[in-house]
Ligand binder design. Sequence first.
Ligand code: SAH
Length: 461
Amino acid sequence: MGKQAPPVEKNETIELTFEDITHDGDGVGKINGYPLFVPYALPGERAKVKVIKVKKNFGFGKLLDIDEISPERVEPPCDVYVQCGGCQLQHMSYKMQLEMKRNQVENTLRKIGHIENIPVHPTIGMDDPWRYRNKVQIPVAKKHGELITGFYKKRSHEVIEGMDRCVITAEINDRMVEAVRRMADRLSIPAYDEKSHRGILRHIMVRTGRATEETMIVLVTRTEDIPGKDELVKELHETYPQIKSIVQNINPNKTNVILGKKTKVLWGEEYIYDNIGDIRFAISAKSFYQVNPPQTKKLYDTALEYANLTGGETVIDAYCGIGTISLFLAKQAKKVYGVEIVPEAISDAKANAKLNNIDNAEFFVGEAEKVMPWWKDQGLRPDVIVVDPPRKGCEEALLEAMITMKPKRIVYVSCNPSTLARDLRILEDGGYETKQVQPVDMFPQTGHIEAVAEIHLKVSN
Ligand code: SAH
């Protein structure tokens, strides 16, 4: 007998009870074992659903009416929540978001990594999980004869109209975007038009140091020339004293990438500053910098606790970015080696070490999976290795190099539970043991999950 046909048909309306939720925030309900994914449905709810796509092993549906509402359902405060799609979990209580993220880490470790019976702690959340992002980059368009700013509608390049705030962005950044929009409109600075590749102002980017309240405005333009530039710049910094830097970034290309190669300071400083704990960071227009510093502090505190440094250790920080973790490690270790693929990030890392009078951290540009085996051949034997890779996880060559270098501890900071689980399995098979995992909520209201794992070299008898 062949496999059974899906138990539903396209366009059919059915009653469904939801049991689970995906990391994108889609509710999952099953009909005779066949899962249907339905955006905005919550576990515990029962609802009328229209089937919109039927595949062999799963399908998608649209939520019509909820018959039994979950007590964890809340009203999303954002006016454009469904159109935007930048957040996926605003309709869920924050308590449930944190529980869901923990459960997903635990389930993924078990299913993909066969790692069980270790503590996966409750997710460390925020007291106030709104207005946390320190950076906003917002597209500019012209509609009905006026400049407008707004994120793109889900799966499109059409700017959402009437979007005057983003409830996960720092309020001051919202106000700065509106100020630039209003002034640019009055000065008749033309909005960039993607289709014709004409016009000038493409994006407005604003970043504010949470601890320092210093703001940088970046005008991303197609051309070097901006009509009315001098008036705009003068009015901005005279009206808003928290603005410390106004920068132009020129992106002449027909591309989805927001920033172009060239930046020039139009007024004020090239950098703004921010602090995480007692470390100070200089941030330029193109620097990568964590968007949620208070949660970053909690994430790094956990990483440091798991590294368990006493002052005498040699530590490697792989995928170090601008050296954020490295600098915290350096304060508690003898020596830190950081490696990162982006040269500009390494210059920032070096500058930040200097800014904080840290002289026991050295930074190298390169692919971690190549530099690590090279370090090993050079005889470097770290006591602790910290890795913080992008979503695709660590390269196998890097995992192999770590296994042969035999550090006593590995601390793995992960933004993707699936690749974390895969990599932990390789490390476990190579003689390591996962001790505990701590999820930290870096991106409330979204489906993103961050977690730190503590991994020890097994002691052989
Ligand atoms: N630890 C840093 C940044 C982590 S993000 C922080 O907390 O701020 C992951 C970093 O890995 C990015 O900076 C990215 O540029 C870098 N990266 C990606 N692939 C890499 C590779 N193969 N080798 C080294 N670094 C890489």
